[in-house]
Design a protein around this ligand. Structure first.
Ligand SMILES: Cc1cc2nc3c(=O)[nH]c(=O)nc-3n(C[C@H](O)[C@H](O)[C@H](O)COP(=O)(O)O)c2cc1C
Length: 148
């Protein structure tokens, strides 16, 4: 089964998880790159993120879209921001057509687990065949292997 891991990371934690998952699942790896990088200051990013959530913003991407037709399943990783997915991840989900694809999210966070945001994604993209999300905080290789 061919797998694509696609991730967004501001400070590297999700990148490390994505690299580990891609290695274990023998998957291709693609980074989600916003055209306008987020500030490295936590407070400024929280502010930007809250504004984007309220405005339902879709920040522009500075990357080529992967050809998802080549893959049977897509694993999407990101940090939890303000309880949900960063809007730049939604830009990507809008741009890719994941209808009928097997997909799942994995997240890193201070403590928030991905269950609620995964339910929201399921509602927003109902044609995607969503599988259970993975909390990638402190994940083990066994958890990754058992996942999906
Ligand atoms: C804008 C912003 C909002 C955040 N909101 C949450 C949150 O709601 N819950 C939580 O547990 N952690 C939250 N965090 C912490 C990040 O999810 C956590 O540090 C994550 O592992 C960072 O991943 P990265 O290094 O890949 O960017 C937030 C961090 C930022 C910058």
């Amino acid at each position: 089964m061919s797998t694509l891991v696609i991730y967004f990371s501001q400070t590297g934690t999700t990148r490390a998880a994505a690299e580990k998952i891609a290695e274990i699942k023998k998957a291709d790896l693609v980074e989600i790159k916003p055209e306008r990088p987020y500030e490295m200051s936590y407070v400024k990013t929280v502010w930007t993120s809250m504004k984007e959530i309220l405005k339902k913003a879709r920040p522009a991407l500075a990357m080529e879209l992967p050809d998802i037709q080549k893959y049977d399943r897509i694993l999407i990783g990101f940090p939890v921001w303000c309880g949900t997915a960063p809007n730049v991840v939604l830009t990507l989900l809008d741009a890719l057509n994941l209808n009928g694809k097997h997909a799942a999210v994995f997240t890193t966070s201070g403590s928030t687990k991905p269950v609620k945001l995964a339910v929201k994604l399921k509602k927003a993209y109902p044609e995607t065949r969503w599988h259970k999300p993975l909390n990638a905080n402190g994940m083990t290789e066994e958890e990754v292997r058992d996942w999906m």
